[in-house]
Design a protein around this ligand. Sequence first.
Ligand SMILES: [Zn+2]
Length: 292
Amino acid sequence: MTKTYDAPTFGPSGHERSFSEEGYTATLQMPKWLKAKGLELFEYSFGKGVRIGEDMANAIGEEAEKCGVEMSVHAPYYINFASVEDVKAENSITYLTASLKALRHFRGNRCVFHTGAQGAQTREDAFARAKDKLSEALEVMEQEGLSDLIICPETMGKQPQIGTVDEVAELCLLGKNVYPCIDFGHLNCLLQGALKTEEDYIRHVVDKLFDRLGEEKTRNMHVHFSKIQYGLKGEIRHLTFEDDVYGPEFEPLARVIDRYKLTPHILCESAGTQARDAIAMQEIYRSVARHA
Ligand SMILES: [Zn+2]
């Protein structure tokens, strides 16, 4: 069941470099490691496929629960609900439900996914196709007893990928368990560095979500945050908080979170320093928060 928080929560996506440098090897050891650092979330990526045994997923889920760390998962990157090849679109539903079954063992309740790519279709055709397939996926979730879990379409960093803020908001209207995953790094790439001030974050994201989705889904949106290098075609590569060229900066967003009393789940996707940078964001939030 959805756990509610009265402040944003923070954690890393994937294993930080220092985790293995300190001699750790297994995700099973991660919850305790995060708890010691005061972090509350961990996102497990099935980017290249859902490859985890039921027993291991259960063991990790139990350990996470014990440590007060909430697990989420990222569904495989090759999901494409917009594919013109029906087999690929159908398989995408299977990859999503497989991710959700693993998520259940993890005792988590949020699964992030990439909606798909436009390919040779017009944007309108691709988006309409993606919406149809996602509706079908929601029906399958219902049939398989998975619809208490939340799925989160993510905003993407390259134009051919489906996932502008408007598209993600529209997909979230398909079901009460579809929440937005706003990847601010991706969005900043797509907008060529436009996320700078509090007003930028409000105008490009928060206002739109409140307007289209209302309070619950906006306050409890899923967030990916990292600095990302971009070029004219969008996202190039994930950076760390050391970067001072590309951004975006977290502080203005922290102020917006405080101003609107948002309680997002914030996962850091920095390159190798995702736990350290998650802690940095937690500290920035605490330093600006009047409600914390
Ligand atoms: Zn993603």
